[in-house]
Design a protein around this ligand. Structure first.
Ligand code: DGY
Length: 324
């Protein structure tokens, strides 16, 4: 029997690429460049399974073209807003993701951005590197106190809760939560958290607002001019979710007016293209989508995607099916 044909759209950790090679006739795209629309259209009639990731732009025409050929899109990553789930379902293509394995590392990075923005670590490093440090002085580069401050968490799934655990149990922060559905009382109690009724109320109570909701049409520009206006003067924003959760025009207006004190951002509206306006805002700490970027987590993500592939090749329901 011929081996299944599998396409991996970007370079993966070496061990996971080796494992894939043992399971299927695998196409590994080296050098590691983004797939073009033409490549996706060719792949639609060539592969049994495609293993894409967040930086792939899948053309709408791919789904009907892949019907009857591609059985699985096993996404390398937890967020799958770059995949049209309804179109995949209509084409009979299963879609899976990699939940759980990147929770801790993403929350670690969010905490790092929070601390860096609040304590001006990026600005401080730039001052040192450019030879402008004139020495310790009582009024030099004053930031915001993190310990004991109030953290608003938007999206209280796995990563939002991991953030709450770090912030509350590690830094004594008070936690306020915005989530599209009510969070059960036991979960809130675990972090001494409260869940006000509206996002504006959460924004108004927070010294720092951190985003952990999924991307996609339902959350696009959730953080808009109204939310910025509701935030306390000088409050900070952290985003390790998806870039388009924030209306970046509204973000720049809030930064320009000084109402927003700064931001720690790992994701951007048109990434990898960075809006040049960010370069004029020293109070923004910017990272290139590094939430899950640790050796252990990137390997675990690959193995989870492969476990989903193995299940589908066996004819079983994959463990992380998101297109049911
Ligand atoms: C995800 O898994 O959704 C991340 O953003 C990619 O690391």
């Amino acid at each position: 029997m011929s081996r299944p044909k599998v396409l991996v759209t970007r370079a993966w950790p070496a061990d996971t690429e080796t494992r894939l090679g043992q399971l299927a006739e695998t196409t590994l795209r080296h050098p590691d460049t983004p797939m073009t629309a033409d490549e996706f259209m060719a792949a639609a009639t060539t592969y049994d399974a495609i293993l894409p990731t967040v930086s792939d732009t899948i053309p709408a025409a791919f789904y009907p073209a892949a019907a009857g050929r591609v059985k699985l899109l096993a996404n390398y990553g937890v967020g799958y807003n770059h995949i049209d789930i309804a179109a995949a379902r209509a084409a009979g293509i299963a879609v899976t993701n990699t939940p759980g394995v990147l929770t801790d590392c993403t929350a670690d990075l969010a905490m790092g951005l929070l601390l860096a923005a609040a304590r001006r670590i990026g600005e401080g490093e730039r001052e040192l590197r450019t030879g402008h440090w004139s020495g310790w002085r009582p009024t030099h580069m004053i930031g915001k106190k993190v310990s004991g401050a109030t953290l608003g968490i938007v999206g209280f799934g796995r990563i939002g809760q991991a953030m709450a655990r770090r912030a509350h149990h590690g830094f004594g922060m008070k936690i306020v939560v915005y989530n599209r559905s009510p969070v059960d009382q036991d979960t809130l109690r675990a972090y001494h958290a409260i869940q006000p009724d509206t996002l504006h109320e959460v924004a108004a109570r927070s010294d720092i607002l951190s985003l952990h909701c999924p991307g996609g049409a339902k959350t696009r520009h959730l953080i808009d001019a109204g939310v910025f206006a509701a935030m306390k003067p000088g409050a900070l924003l952290v985003n390790t979710a998806r870039g388009d959760v924030i209306d970046e025009d509204a973000l720049f207006a809030a930064l320009d007016s000084g109402h927003l004190g700064g931001a720690g951002l790992d994701v951007f509206q048109n990434e990898p293209a960075l809006d040049p306006r960010f370069l004029g805002h020293d109070t923004c700490v910017l990272a290139p989508h590094l939430g899950s970027a640790t050796d252990a987590t990137r390997a675990a993500m690959g193995h989870k995607a492969i476990d989903n592939l193995v299940a589908v090749l066996r004819g079983d329901t994959p463990p992380d099916l998101v297109s049911a």
